[in-house]
Design a protein around this ligand. Structure first.
Ligand SMILES: [Zn+2]
Length: 77
């Protein structure tokens, strides 16, 4: 296994994931927050709206979208 740079905090770690083990739990929390916001709301016009509604920052949102970790995304990107 190689050293990787954590996609969230930038530290180096060894794992098969994209984030270090500290950030894994933060990611999970963010994703569940985003999913519950998406469950409740109709749709968002932009990532920014979703970021404000969920309290998750845009960089992380983009990463979850890229990794397909967010379900049911009603955003017109
Ligand atoms: Zn990290």
């Amino acid at each position: 296994m190689e050293f990787k740079k954590c996609a969230r905090c930038g530290c180096f770690f060894m794992s098969a994931n994209n984030v270090c083990c500290n950030c894994e739990s933060k990611d999970r929390l963010d994703i569940s927050r985003v999913n519950s916001v998406l469950d409740e709301s109709i749709s968002f016009n932009s990532i920014q709206d979703l970021s404000i509604a969920s309290g998750v920052n845009i960089n992380n949102l983009n990463r979850y979208i890229q990794n397909k970790q967010i379900s049911d995304l009603n955003i017109n990107l």
